[in-house]
Design a protein around this ligand. Structure first.
Ligand code: NAD
Length: 487
């Protein structure tokens, strides 16, 4: 798997550039622990330069018709599809996603294609309800939008934030994650190739400090769309409040419950919930990490669930037969191992994994790990682990399981498995969650529906029918009619 060291660059003001002070940081393949890249660490000056370029590009870009903006999107979507295998490989060697599970390129291209056509739904309102006046609203772009993205699905978030911001006339600075910057850096080359006007679409790389923090504090950034941890989300919100009170959209963590009733299709429930916690090695904000099974069916459920998780193929993520990659880096790996130790101490019964079946492998591989009957107040039940570690607990009654499912600080995605339609509807109403899936689980989502969290899982919503709103101001216009408007 060794290949020559990749030296990605950043896209600032239409140019692919190295950091102004020449400082880069090493990136290691989590499957082999070998160095694969030296990545630019954007300085505060580089970040400011990207924002300045975006600000300078805003008047001309916002003056274009949206259909004209969309022509660049179509070119970019085509280039992404043409380069999908390369993007998948770069993600595999930077954060370990198996190429067999790579969806990011296709999803990103879909976002650009969708928004290229969706501009006609940007509309204001008119009103004659103020006597003597004609009233209307305008929807206008803010100016410079910043997007700060995590490492688990980089291009999905990069495109899901920047496409609606750009089509509505804003200009954009994206900061990628230090853990997975390679596919995004390749995308930056494709953005340049697609011919976007200089400064409209900038992509920088680096750690939270200095580039992320500089964006959060920047007085010329009017909207900041963030996906990542609650800890960073709060920091950004605080900095935004202290500086220019920029609009902040937060997509944060989760501790998603899946509830399996005795009347459910048990093999399906086991298959769906196992995939949910294993896909991307559990590094998914909406993974079903707390599974509640009605006592009458816990035996058959656990048999099918464990069988599904035992069947994973761990190995080189660039091998198409591999379905289970490593954790993204050493820090994630160590954090997940600590949670497994916590789970062992918490009096839950370990029924699968946790004993280091993959310990002999060179990379940061963790086998799917299942605890049963873990106390509800244990750390593994309350905190987001972001790894393939799950607790399966039992329940007797509907009221009991609703209370347990809602007894969390998070509220991103919940699943209910039952054949009883009335019960399914009662549960969807009762669960405190931005998403409720019935007889299916994450990572399945509908792209046109709003996605976002209750409680500590975030604020705001994203989605094809919602994201453009995030990047448009509403201006009310009142026009006095000289004749008093009498009809
Ligand atoms: P993170 O918060 O550590 O990092 C996210 C981004 O913020 C990175 O680009 C990082 O460099 C940047 N950052 C760090 N410190 C910063 C600062 N002080 N100012 C500005 N930017 C800063 O999160 P992560 O580890 O990359 O991602 C995992 C988290 O993301 C999990 O909690 C997961 O649940 C969450 N997530 C949520 C969603 C969602 O849609 N709700 C989707 C995916 C991931």
């Amino acid at each position: 798997m060794t290949e020559s060291i990749i030296k990605p660059r950043m896209l600032i003001n239409g140019e692919l550039v190295n950091p102004s002070d020449g400082v880069t940081f090493p990136l290691y393949n989590p499957a082999t622990r070998e160095k694969v890249a030296e990545v630019p660490e954007a300085t505060a000056d580089d970040t400011n330069a990207a924002v300045a370029a975006a600000k300078a590009a805003f008047p001309a870009w916002s003056a274009l018709g949206p259909a004209q903006r969309g022509t660049y999107f179509k070119t970019l979507a085509r280039l992404i599809r043409e380069n999908n295998t390369d993007l998948a490989r770069l993600e595999a060697i930077s954060m370990g996603r198996p190429m067999s599970q790579y969806i990011d390129g296709g999803t990103a291209a879909d976002h650009f294609d969708h928004y290229a056509e969706s501009w006609s739904s940007i509309q204001g309102q008119t009103s004659l309800h103020t006597p003597g006046h004609f009233a209307l609203t305008l929807r206008q772009p803010y100016g410079v939008v910043a997007a700060i993205i995590p490492w688990n699905l980089p291009l999905v978030f990069l495109a899901g934030k920047s496409a609606p911001a750009l089509i509505t006339g804003n200009t954009v600075v994206v900061k990628t994650s230090e853990k997975a910057p390679l596919a995004a850096a390749r995308l930056a080359e494709l953005i340049q190739q697609a011919g976007f006007p200089r400064g409209v679409f900038n992509v920088i790389s680096g750690h939270g400090n200095p580039s992320g923090a500089t964006l959060a504090a920047h007085m010329d950034v009017r909207v900041l769309s963030f996906t990542g941890s609650g800890r960073t989300g709060r920091l950004i919100q605080e900095v935004a409040a202290r500086t220019n009170l920029k609009k902040v959209i937060l997509e944060l963590g989760g501790k998603s419950p899946a509830i399996v009733f005795g009347d459910a299709d048990i093999p399906r429930a086991a298959r769906e919930t196992a995939r949910s916690i294993q896909w991307n090695s559990g590094q998914v904000c909406m993974a079903s990490s707390r599974v509640y099974v009605q006592k009458s069916v816990v035996g058959p459920f656990l048999d099918a669930y464990k069988a599904a998780l035992e069947a994973v193929q761990a190995g080189d993520p660039t091998d198409q037969s591999v379905s289970h990659g490593p954790q993204a880096d050493e820090a994630q790996y160590e954090a997940v191992l600590r949670y497994i130790e916590d789970g062992k101490q918490a009096a839950g019964e370990l029924v699968l994994g946790g004993e280091g079946k993959f310990a002999e492998m060179k990379g940061y591989f963790i086998e799917p790990t299942v605890f049963v009957d873990t106390p509800e107040d244990a750390r593994v039940m309350c905190e987001e682990i972001f790894g393939p570690v799950v607790s399966v607990n039992t329940f007797d009654t509907e009221d009991e399981v609703i209370a347990k499912a809602n007894a969390t600080d998070f509220g991103l995605y919940a699943s209910v498995f039952t054949r009883d339609l009335d019960r399914a509807i009662r549960l969807t109403k009762a669960l405190e969650s931005g998403y409720v899936a019935v007889n299916c689980s994450s990572p399945t989502v509908a792209p046109d529906l709003p996605f976002g969290g209750y409680k500590l899982s975030g604020q705001g919503r994203e989605g094809w029918l919602h994201s453009m709103d995030n990047f448009l101001e509403s201006k009310s216009v009142l026009i006095r009619l000289e004749d008093g408007g009498s009809e």
